[in-house]
Design a protein around this ligand. Structure first.
Ligand SMILES: [Zn+2]
Length: 155
């Protein structure tokens, strides 16, 4: 049998993770952020409608933000407790400010769902601006509730 290496993100003890923003890994000039919206394994998962809707809104706004040119990827975790954001030449404090600003725009200013046409999405009927707004407001309050260290909790 071929030996399969355990990937880095499985080495983090998920029992200690709380909602926040963490540096998952750094590869050269690319930082992978763990935008953890929900506490893992707490029976508090994003439903797919919420996750998909926030994905559309966040991806669009972050690619229109001041770090637009350095954003490589944004997308949901299959476990439905967060998202990954990949940024080139990242500065943690600046990325946090942009993330908060994007969430605030979604929660308070957005009036239309981006990418909601059949041609633009693989499941265009499963989108809700209200769900994206609610999750953005919720995650923004989690990020603002405590200082973000970007380091996974170990206890
Ligand atoms: Zn879609």
């Amino acid at each position: 049998m071929e030996k399969v290496r355990r990937i880095t993100s499985f080495s983090v003890d998920h029992d200690f993770i709380i909602p926040g923003i963490y540096v998952s890994r750094i590869d050269g000039d690319v930082t992978t952020y763990d935008l953890r919206t929900r506490r893992p394994n707490a029976n508090d998962f994003m439903d797919n409608l919420t996750m998909h809707s926030l994905e559309h809104m966040f991806a669009t706004y972050v690619r229109n933000s001041e770090i637009a040119d350095d954003v490589l990827y944004f997308g949901p975790m299959g476990c439905r407790t967060g998202f990954y954001l990949l940024v080139r030449n990242a500065d943690n404090a600046r990325v946090l400010e942009v993330v908060k600003s994007v969430l605030s725009k979604i929660a308070n200013e957005a009036t239309e769902m981006f990418g909601a046409e059949r041609k633009e999405c693989g499941n265009y009927r499963e989108l809700s601006l209200d769900s994206a707004k609610a999750e953005s407001a919720r995650y923004l309050s989690e990020l603002s509730a405590r200082e973000q260290t970007f380091i996974y909790p170990t206890e």
